[in-house]
Unconditional design. Structure first.
Length: 144
């Protein structure tokens, strides 16, 4: 598997794996530090019932964040392995080439420009409609 494949701008699969590992290590240190700081504050069972849920919530948030990164890594891994398998079997990559990406981006830019022109025309027509409605109201007021 190619670990240097860019999964989004400036982030490779290898970088994602490093982030997962460093986040896990950092979280472990933070949790141990937090527990160490909170332990002296627990004087009785009542204190524990207040502080322990805070620690539990902190742990759950950390685990959920890591789960998202791990799921992303799994998706990228499947994507790359499927692409490699298809390429080995057919000699063709089902992923878009750089030229195809540029072509699609060009088409999207054209569509965005067309949409901008359409929006301008809608604004002009709305302004004309408002002007005509105002003139009609003036004419009706003059007849009454």
């Amino acid at each position: 598997m190619d670990f240097d494949i860019e999964i989004f701008k400036g982030k490779s699969f290898s970088d994602l794996m490093k982030d997962i590992y460093s986040n896990s290590s950092k979280k472990d240190r933070q949790i141990n530090l937090l527990i160490g700081e909170l332990r002296p504050l627990i004087k009785n069972v009542g204190d524990a019932t207040v502080i322990v849920p805070l620690i539990k919530e902190y742990l759950e948030v950390g685990v959920k964040n890591d789960e998202h990164l791990v799921k992303l890594a799994a998706v990228v891994q499947r994507l790359v392995s499927t692409n490699n398998r298809v390429q080995a079997e057919t000699g063709n990559s089902w992923m878009l080439s750089e030229e195809e990406k540029r072509q699609l981006i060009g088409e999207l830019d054209e569509l965005a420009a067309e949409e901008s022109e359409i929006n301008k025309k809608v604004v002009e027509l709305t302004s004309k409609q408002d002007s005509i409605e105002s003139e009609l109201n003036d004419i009706q007021d003059g007849l009454v």
